[in-house]
Design a protein around this ligand. Sequence first.
Ligand code: FES
Ligand code: FES
Length: 174
Amino acid sequence: MVTINVNGARREVQAPGDTPLLYVLRNDLLLTGPQFGCGLAQCGACSVLIDGKEVRSCITALSDVGTDQEITTLEGLPGRWAKQKGLSQEEAKNTLHPVQHAWIEEQTPQCGFCQNGMMIKATELLESNSNPTPEQIKAAYTTSGISPILCRCGTYKAVMESVQRAAAIMAKGR
Ligand code: FES
Ligand code: FES
């Protein structure tokens, strides 16, 4: 039995230590925001935040995640924002993360498959840089991680605009 901390809750999972975290999240914990794309750390579809950093869960073994490390999946973004804003549990129920608001308002996805990674990367970026320039956004998606976050549908321009919109929403504290 291994205990991990996912979206603010301690979860016990029964899986061998070499199981990819992605499988544990999707198959054991039914958190299907992270997607299986390449399985080789080449696309970003499986990304999650671990202690605020974007990590490829397809190549991260369960045993490599410390019990006290904080894993946030796409499903955990509202709770993450609510905690950062100091919202009550009741208020948190109706909260979306600014990145999610922006993605909805910009109608960013096409097929949607890559968008988990796009939103996780946006969250990582905006938590360290609340007003990124277009160059900094581009760098976040291309050179900041183990590989670029890839989109077959070509939503890159929409993603750039969505990150800027999310930054504006965050600035208003919504
Ligand atoms: S599925 Fe993990 S990076 Fe592609
Ligand atoms: S929206 Fe289809 S792969 Fe990115």
